[in-house]
Design a protein around this ligand. Structure first.
Ligand code: GLY
Ligand code: MN
Ligand code: MN
Length: 545
């Protein structure tokens, strides 16, 4: 008998066997976790943040916050994904192609009145086979604790309903390193979808965002139209609202036609300033749950800086030092660095955000290391500067001690009620006076020749975190990071050349004295020289291949 003829008989036998099994023997398929960490921000934290945001906004407002776009590195390989900090802050979701719709006045979803809807990507067998598990709306609702989660393909439907109820939709544009709501952000968004002619499925959320953001600015419209010309057709849009918008956008011979469409269909849609401002004010003051994660990030960073100081010796490359630091960060649980690691030795210590990290470190170099670990979204930002051979020269020490004194004055100024500029003013005064005494400058104005950056920024979910840069208040975390950078120049005695020093710590403003979270990484020249006598995790011998 040919094997194929056996199969029906075999199948019938198996079926009969299955039918006679008791129901209890049917195996339940276990649901492995989507995320393994057990110390993530609790659902109650995100719920509280949403409630506070809602309380700050007008009663007729609706809020729409999008995920960051996933970005392609090349071909079928992407950059490692990082969530939009505000969406993470409000929901805890780590997935792209998501959005949060907050409607404090309520919106009907499938016959149920709700105030918050997470738009989540549908489960996707291809993604889950190749990349990893995904929540899907049902599990996102259960595990993230949002009132309702639905498929992201329903964004257009929900927006239409919210607008029909007369709500004003506040949108947080994607953080692109430009002013929120600014022209560049709009253009960037438009450019992205304009080069992807058919956007469906997982591209849906961004497609909608592009259309909505594009209504804000006349010049943006004109430029975007030029960029998009010929590359997008109205029929590329699956949602009727967006198809209408695309038709108006692409066909309008003048801005007036676009405005008429906007007046008719999207009245009161966009208020791009209020939401980012309110979110920034909320995010600037850290809760105890956030401080727990910030301390993890800072402690991992301190451990990394200590090991980098112990391990560094001339003959290593800047890249070697970076590898040692990042190894230690990860051994302390960190998932990523909060920004590109800066390891500049010798002449590179005078380049503020040097990230090539390819030079071989020489005896006599100063090594400036600005590196911070990220932990569950929160980043540290710590800089230490030390001599490659373990001993500061007199000139290196003179500059170092001046920066340290300036930093100490800056940290002292981190008191509640002080303006955000107070640490910078205090640090700059000390550096100006010191550089005059060393004969490096003649007037205080010349201080910017050698100290050409700001002293402080907020720190949190982003290295240069959001906030209103008004008065300092308890719970705010900011850096204090003065520096002096001396490049070779005919106007400067060669003994000072290639000395670059920055010292950067992460400071928590409290009701009383400021708390230096990163104080565990030695800062005085004596403490650094003593530490560098020791060997570190990076000194194990290995053969370079
Ligand atoms: N690491 C970037 C900065 O210090 O602002
Ligand atoms: Mn910084
Ligand atoms: Mn830094």
């Amino acid at each position: 008998m040919r094997p194929a003829l056996l199969l029906p008989a075999l199948a019938a036998t198996l079926l009969a066997a299955a039918l006679t099994l008791p129901a209890a023997a049917q195996p339940t398929i276990p649901e492995p976790p989507v995320r393994y960490d057990t110390d993530l921000l609790p659902a109650s934290f995100h719920a509280d943040r949403r409630a506070r945001l809602a309380a700050e906004l007008p009663s007729d407002a609706a809020v729409l916050v999008f995920s960051n776009p996933a970005r392609t590195r090349e071909n079928d390989v992407g950059y490692s994904y990082r969530q939009n900090s505000s969406l993470y802050y409000l929901t805890g979701t780590h997935e792209p192609e998501s959005a949060l719709l907050l409607v404090p006045g309520g919106v009907d979803v499938d016959g149920q009145r709700v105030t918050e809807v997470l738009l989540a990507p549908d489960r996707n067998a291809f993604t889950e086979t190749w990349v990893g598990r995904r929540f899907g709306p049902e599990r996102a609702q259960r595990e993230l604790g949002v009132e309702r989660a639905v498929s992201n393909s329903r964004l257009g439907e929900l927006l239409r309903r919210v607008r029909a109820d007369g709500r004003r939709i506040h949108i947080e544009p994607l953080p692109q390193g430009v002013e929120p709501g600014g022209l560049a952000a709009q253009l960037d968004t438009l450019r992205r979808y304009a080069t992807v002619p058919v956007v469906t499925g997982n591209g849906y959320v961004r497609q909608a965002m592009g259309m909505i953001l594009s209504v804000n600015d006349a010049e943006g419209f004109a430029r975007a139209q030029r960029i998009a010309s010929g590359r997008v057709r109205a029929s590329d849009f699956t949602d009727p609202l967006l198809r209408d918008a695309a038709a108006a956008f692409l066909a309008a011979p003048d801005f007036g036609a676009w405005q008429r469409w906007k007046a008719e269909h999207m009245a009161g849609v966009a208020d791009v300033a209020a939401l980012p401002r309110t979110l920034a004010q909320l995010r600037a003051v850290k809760t105890p749950e956030e401080m727990r994660l910030m301390r993890r990030a800072v402690n991992a960073s301190v451990a990394g800086h200590v090991e980098m100081m112990r391990s560094t010796e001339s003959g290593m490359t800047e890249n070697d030092v970076q590898a040692i630091g990042e190894y230690v960060f990860r051994r302390h649980g960190s998932e990523a660095v909060g920004y590109g690691s800066i390891v500049g030795a010798g002449e590179n210590s005078t380049i503020l955000h040097y990230v090539d990290n390819r030079r071989t470190i020489q005896d006599g170099d100063l090594v400036l290391v600005d590196m911070g670990a990220e932990y569950h979204g929160y980043t540290a930002d710590v800089t230490r500067t030390f001599p490659a051979n373990g001993r500061f020269t007199p000139e290196q020490k003179a500059i170092y001690d001046l920066v340290l004194a300036a930093q100490q004055a800056g940290i002292e100024a981190c008191r509640p009620g002080q303006p955000f500029t107070a640490p910078g003013q205090a640090a700059t005064r000390v550096i100006a006076q010191g550089l005059r005494q060393l004969g490096l400058i003649r007037t205080d104005e010349d201080v910017r020749n050698f100290f050409m950056h700001g002293t402080s920024h907020y720190l949190g979910l982003f290295v240069h975190d959001v906030g209103d840069y008004g008065a300092l208040a308890p719970g705010m975390v900011l850096t204090v990071e003065p520096g002096i950078y001396i490049k070779p120049s005919p106007n400067v005695d060669p003994k000072w050349w290639n000395i670059g020093v920055r010292i950067e710590d992460d400071i928590l403003v409290t009701d009383g004295a400021p708390e230096n979270l990163s104080v565990g990484a030695p800062r005085t020249t004596d403490a650094i020289e003593a530490l560098m006598q020791q060997r570190g995790v990076g000194n194990a011998t290995f053969e370079r291949r």
